[in-house]
Design a protein around this ligand. Sequence first.
Ligand SMILES: NC(=O)c1ccc[n+]([C@@H]2O[C@H](COP(=O)([O-])OP(=O)(O)OC[C@H]3O[C@@H](n4cnc5c(N)ncnc54)[C@H](O)[C@@H]3O)[C@@H](O)[C@H]2O)c1
Length: 342
Amino acid sequence: MARHRMLMFGGSGMAGRWVDWITGSFGDRAEIVGLVDVAPDVLESQGERLGLDSSQRFTDTATALASCEADFVGVATPPQFHEQAVVGALEAGMPVITEKPIADTLESARRMVDAADRTGLPCAVIQNYRYEPNKQEVVRLRESGELGRLQHVIGRYACDYRQPSSWGKQWRHDMDFGLLFEGSVHHFDMLRFLSGGDCETLVGFGWNPEWSSFRHFSSGMYLMKMSNGVHTFYEGNSSAAGITNCWHNEYYRAEFEEGSVEVWGTDQVAITRVGQDHETYRAPTLTWDNHQHLFAEFLDWLDGGPPSATRIQDNIQSFAMVIAAVQTTTDGQPKQISELIA
Ligand SMILES: NC(=O)c1ccc[n+]([C@@H]2O[C@H](COP(=O)([O-])OP(=O)(O)OC[C@H]3O[C@@H](n4cnc5c(N)ncnc54)[C@H](O)[C@@H]3O)[C@@H](O)[C@H]2O)c1
């Protein structure tokens, strides 16, 4: 099968890791033929590494989309730049895989969903944490019914980002609602995934402790009712000091009719059944995990396979939870996701 030619938006940060994964694991299926980055040093170093000549390196979106001959586009720039690249690529006839969060505003995300609907082209969103062994194991346990029915799921994220710039880049410490847009979008998506329902109603609070390194709220607690009757609860804390549950070590607990399932790390699972000893084990490994699963799934889609589970038309549900959390934090009122997505 022919290799798919890829135009890549972003060359360092998370985008640099995309380049490593695409070239290191999927070189037989995809080839980066164009690179867009606003930072000249990144464009030069990553362009050299990929063997791209000056006609394949771009500093602006429109020129790249008009002149690069590619079969699909990858976008791993900060959220406020996603729309121009994603909508532009779809309208130029190229499928897209893009980083979370979909965008920086609901209006922008809606325009991106509209473009995917209008063009009918594949558009997938990265939600890497779903593809960790123990998250897959929780879903397997729920679907098997071996612990009976599920009533609620608790999720905890807690990172010690009390120092300026400790969360990757300073822009995360300076933006409004950084916890929700950059962090919780993963955890809200996970609560959908683990519970098996979409969010119907969301209510909660956000705040910024006095010792926070963030300009805006670093912390929040949100309560959700899902479409299948399961309830979920989320504790998010980017000013954590004691017990941390940072990236790839978030803690989730699912309460079933006949026992509790806890997961932490990427593969740790603990099951406590009524009247039985606590059982801990490691979930089975996956062929591809995290981003690499999503790249494999997306390339399969391009080759005629099924659509990605995290296609934009579905993942707008997770992004709408972020918007609902922003709104309830602001006005203290419960939010209906259907009103945001309609
Ligand atoms: N899935 C995950 O686990 C995960 C982890 C970290 C970041 N992310 C996401 O990845 C995206 C990028 O985050 P980051 O921390 O790597 O950002 P970053 O600030 O490091 O930027 C990434 C790259 O994009 C370039 N860039 C910035 N603006 C651009 C533009 N307008 N056009 C072209 N290139 C541009 C930068 O120069 C840089 O090389 C965000 O959407 C973020 O939420 C996802």
